[in-house]
Design a protein around this ligand. Structure first.
Ligand SMILES: Cc1cc2nc3c(=O)[nH]c(=O)nc-3n(C[C@H](O)[C@H](O)[C@H](O)COP(=O)(O)OP(=O)(O)OC[C@H]3O[C@@H](n4cnc5c(N)ncnc54)[C@H](O)[C@@H]3O)c2cc1C
Length: 394
């Protein structure tokens, strides 16, 4: 057997690729993962770290719940600590008419497992006295929380490697094709890898690879804006974000036990995809400080010690592409996670491993079917009611 041959080839070493490699090894498949840079160098390593389920598209909650179950067991599963804290997550709003939207989401049958509590007026301000006076209500999710993104993909890759997955960094894939029953993957420096099954987890570059199989996905790269304060005494365990339709008002924060408050939100900034650079604009910081003054007035005087962004990709319906190819047997996709893939990562890896090794999955992923872009007239299981939360950010 050629050294470069395995059961499954994975292209892309973010959280989706590395978690898939880990769970495929758990199911006994031989795996090679190819990453053009370093594991976790892009979105997976620089995101905000929200491990939240509430606010997601309702059709995504089954997958998010599966992932949540894994987040709780990760230290035992991968023998590593990703600093996951089930600290609670809250979406707050500034307007009376938004409360009914929070209530409708909390009442949806798909959201039952989240145990959402709607807290309004005085009761909210008594329980969270640090919130600004404009805040009218909050939807509190007691079990959601946050984790350290910097640690996640490398930890999954190490756990997969300990189970004999082959992880190749600095391996830039240029060409992908299927020859008879085998996928051939050719790198920029001329190496050739082959496998019976191919999984594309190339994040914002996923569509460049799917196009080579004739499957065009309208993927738009964009860069969420992040900043972090100096450390201050730990007092804000709950992750809090504003639920709003006004982009400038979108703001969310989490405090880590070391004391720093990590902040995200506002208008995203287009990245440079050729040089693979994401940018943070100075006006983003001015807006974040203004919005933090409304949400958490006590943070107004804190010093910002660092700002950053990352390259994430978005689809027109704010849902990922996940599942089998519509054209090529043995080809699978998991990319385009629209700013909310970190929480899903372990679940996506587990589901993709199940799908690739058994041919089906017990978790519904039909809303993420690539055919909604490649064959828009095809009937998909994508009920209108599932769309309640699509496009919301926090
Ligand atoms: C700033 C920011 C904040 C975010 N905040 C949150 C949050 O709080 N909560 C949440 O749930 N989600 C959040 N997200 C989204 C989340 O980070 C992503 O959805 C998730 O990390 C996507 O993982 P991935 O593995 O698909 O992509 P990536 O992490 O981008 O990994 C894809 C990998 O594929 C590699 N690759 C691409 N093309 C090739 C090729 N041709 N050959 C070899 N390798 C290739 C890339 O180098 C890259 O390493 C945020 C994203 C950003 C950018």
């Amino acid at each position: 057997m050629s050294l470069n041959k395995s059961d499954v080839l994975i292209i892309g070493g973010g959280i989706m690729g590395t978690a898939s490699a880990f769970f495929l090894r758990e199911r006994g498949c031989s795996v090679t993962l190819l990453e053009r840079d370093h594991i976790g160098r892009y979105a997976s390593g620089v995101n905000f770290g929200n491990v939240r389920r509430q606010g997601r598209h309702l059709g995504q909650l089954e997958l998010a719940n599966r992932s949540y179950g894994l987040w709780k067991r990760l230290p035992q599963l991968i023998d590593d600590n990703l600093e996951f804290i089930a600290s609670g997550h809250m979406r707050v709003c500034y307007r009376e008419d938004e409360i009914s939207e929070l209530e409708a989401y909390a009442a949806a049958p798909q959201a039952r497992e989240l145990d959402l509590q709607i807290i309004t007026g005085q009761a909210l301000h008594q329980r969270f006295p640090f919130l600004g006076p404009e805040v009218k209500a909050g939807s509190y999710a007691p079990h959601d929380g946050h984790a350290n993104p910097r640690l996640a993909a490398p930890a999954f890759a190490r756990a997969a490697a300990r189970r004999n997955a082959r992880i190749e960094e600095q391996t830039d894939v240029q060409r992908v094709e299927k020859v008879n029953d085998e996928f051939h993957v050719i790198t920029v420096d001329g190496q050739r890898f082959t496998a019976r099954q191919l999984l594309i987890t190339a994040g914002a570059w996923g569509a460049k690879l799917s196009e080579q199989f004739g499957e065009t996905v309208p993927l738009e790269p964009n860069g969420p804006q992040m900043s972090v304060t100096e450390p201050v005494p730990y007092a804000l365990p709950t992750v809090i974000g504003v639920f709003t339709k006004i982009k400038e008002e979108v703001i969310y924060f989490r405090q880590i036990p070391r004391g720093n408050i990590i902040i995200g939100g506002g208008n995203r900034v287009k990245p440079d995809m050729v040089n693979r650079r994401a940018f943070f604009k100075p006006e983003s910081l001015l807006n974040q400080m203004k919005q933090m003054g409304r949400l958490l007035p006590g943070a107004s005087n804190l010093n910002i010690i660092r700002v950053w962004s990352g390259i994430e990709s978005y689809t027109p319906d704010s849902l990922p592409v996940m599942g089998p190819s519509s054209k090529v047997d043995g080809l699978f996709y998991a990319f385009g996670f629209c700013g909310h893939g970190f929480q899903l990562g372990p679940g996506v890896g587990d589901v993709m491993a199940e799908l690739i090794s058994t041919g089906s999955t017990s978790t519904s992923i039909s809303p993420f079917d690539i055919r909604r872009f490649t064959e828009p007239a095809a009937p998909l299981s994508h009920p209108q009611s599932d769309r309640l939360a699509a496009g919301r950010l926090i």
